[in-house]
Write a protein that binds this ligand. Structure first.
Ligand SMILES: *Cc1c(COP(=O)(O)O)cnc(C)c1O
Length: 358
C-alpha cells in the first residue's frame, strides 16, 4: 500500500535553466548573462564591506538600495520593492496579485517560469498565442476578462519589443486586473513602462540586476509600481522572508547604481555587438527577429537548429535550444564579448559551408 506521505507529495515541474558548463575554454551563450564584469564600484563596495556587521540582520526593507533604485528611475522609495533576484520578486507578485479564479494571461512563447509559478500557487492561466511573426497583439489581452496579465518587454526568447503606446493601451484597457511587465531585458531595448506606473495604479514593472548590470551571481531584482501595489507586495514578501537581501548584496547592488557611466557603456557595447552579429548572421542566410535584448533568436531554412546546437556544443560554444512547440527550429544566442561572438560566427560559418558543400 502506498504511504500517505508519498501520495501527498506536491508534484511540481520545475523551471529548466540553461546548463552551467564549466571550463575556461567554454563560450557560454545560453543564459543571457552579461559577458562583462560588474562595475568597479561593486568591487570597491565588496572590498570595503565590514564583516563585523554580519552579526546583525540587514536593514529591514533594504532601504539604502531601495533609495538608490528610486533615484535611478525617478520614482518614490514607497514605489520600490527589492528582493533576492527578480525571479523571487516575480514569484511574490504572482502570489500577491494573481489570486482570482480567472486565468492569468501570458504569451504561449515566453519566459518559461510563468507557468511554473502558476502551478506552484495553483493559479489558473491561459497562454495567448503570439502571431505568426511572433508579435504580441495587446488586444488579445484586453478583450477577455482575466485574473492578471504578465508580459516580458522585450519578450524572451523572441527578443521582440512592444512599443509604449501598445503597453499603455494594454494597461488602460485592462484596469480590473494587475498588469505585470517583466523588463529583464529593457535596458538593451528602447522603452520602459516605469513612467506609466505613475499614471496607472494596476501596473507593476519588474527589473533584474542579473543581465544589464552583470550581477547574476548576486541575485538582486526589484519591482516598481503604485504605492498600493507595492505595499501589498511587501506584505506578501514579509509573510515569507522579512530579510530577503543579505547585507553584502545590499551594499554591492547599491554601488552598481553609483556608476551610471559604466552601466551605459557596457550596455551600449553589447547592443553594438548584437547589431554586428545580426548583420553577419543575415549574410549567412539566417532569419532573425528584431531583437532589442542581449540575445538573438535565430533560424535558417536549410539548417536543423538542434544539429547546429550540437555542432557548437562540441566546439565548447553553448547556445540555447528549446525542444518546444513552434520554436524547435530556433536557437537563442546570448551576446558575448566581440571576441566570443567572432568565434561563434566562425564556427557557424564553418557549419553553414559544410551544409552548402553537400
Ligand atoms: C533572466 C530573467 C528573469 C530573472 O532574473 P533574475 O533576477 O536573475 O532572477 C526574469 N524574467 C526574465 C524574462 C528573464 O529573462
Amino acid at each position: 500500500m502506498m504511504n500517505d506521505w508519498k501520495a501527498n507529495l506536491t508534484k511540481l515541474v520545475p523551471y529548466e535553466a540553461g546548463e552551467q558548463v564549466e571550463g575556461d575554454d567554454v563560450i557560454k551563450l545560453n543564459s543571457n548573462e552579461n559577458p562583462y564584469p560588474p562595475s568597479p564600484s561593486v568591487d570597491r563596495a565588496l572590498k570595503n564591506f565590514d564583516y563585523n556587521t554580519l552579526n546583525k540582520y540587514p536593514a529591514l526593507g533594504s532601504s539604502k538600495l531601495d533609495a538608490a533604485i528610486a533615484e535611478h528611475h525617478g520614482v518614490g522609495i514607497q514605489n520600490v520593492l527589492s528582493g533576492n533576484s527578480s525571479d523571487e520578486v516575480l514569484a511574490i507578485c504572482f502570489r500577491a496579485f494573481f489570486n482570482s479564479k480567472k486565468p492569468v494571461f501570458f504569451p504561449d512563447i515566453t519566459y518559461s517560469f510563468y507557468p511554473v509559478w502558476c502551478s506552484y500557487y495553483n493559479i489558473p492561466f491561459k497562454k495567448i498565442p503570439l502571431d505568426d511573426s511572433f508579435r504580441i497583439s495587446f488586444r488579445d489581452y484586453t478583450l477577455t476578462e482575466n485574473g492578471g496579465v504578465i508580459i516580458p518587454n522585450p519578450n524572451a526568447p523572441t527578443g521582440i519589443e512592444m512599443n509604449l503606446q501598445e503597453i499603455e493601451k494594454l494597461v488602460s484597457e485592462n484596469t480590473s486586473s494587475v498588469v505585470l511587465i517583466d523588463e529583464a531585458y529593457a535596458d538593451f531595448g528602447e522603452v520602459s513602462a516605469i513612467e506609466l506606473t505613475k499614471k496607472y495604479p494596476n501596473l507593476v514593472v519588474t527589473k533584474t540586476m542579473s543581465k544589464s548590470r552583470s550581477l547574476a551571481g548576486l541575485r538582486v531584482g526589484y519591482a516598481i509600481g503604485s504605492q498600493e501595489l507595492i505595499t501589498a507586495l511587501k506584505a506578501a514578501m514579509h509573510s515569507f522572508n522579512a530579510y530577503p537581501l543579505s547585507s553584502v548584496a545590499i551594499d554591492a547592488a547599491t554601488a552598481s547604481f553609483q556608476d551610471d557611466q559604466y552601466f551605459k557603456e557596457t550596455t551600449k557595447r553589447i547592443v553594438s555587438t548584437r547589431e554586428n552579429t545580426k548583420t553577419a548572421l543575415k549574410k549567412m542566410g539566417f532569419e532573425l527577429s528584431d531583437s532589442k535584448t542581449n540575445f538573438l533568436f535565430i533560424s535558417h531554412s536549410r539548417i536543423d537548429a538542434y544539429e547546429l546546437y550540437k555542432y557548437l556544443f562540441d566546439k565548447r560554444i553553448i547556445v540555447r535550444y528549446f525542444d518546444k512547440d513552434r520554436i524547435s527550429d530556433y536557437l537563442r544566442v546570448s551576446i558575448g564579448t566581440e571576441k566570443e561572438m567572432k568565434k561563434f560566427l566562425d564556427a557557424v560559418g564553418e557549419f553553414v559551408e559544410g551544409k552548402d558543400a553537400i
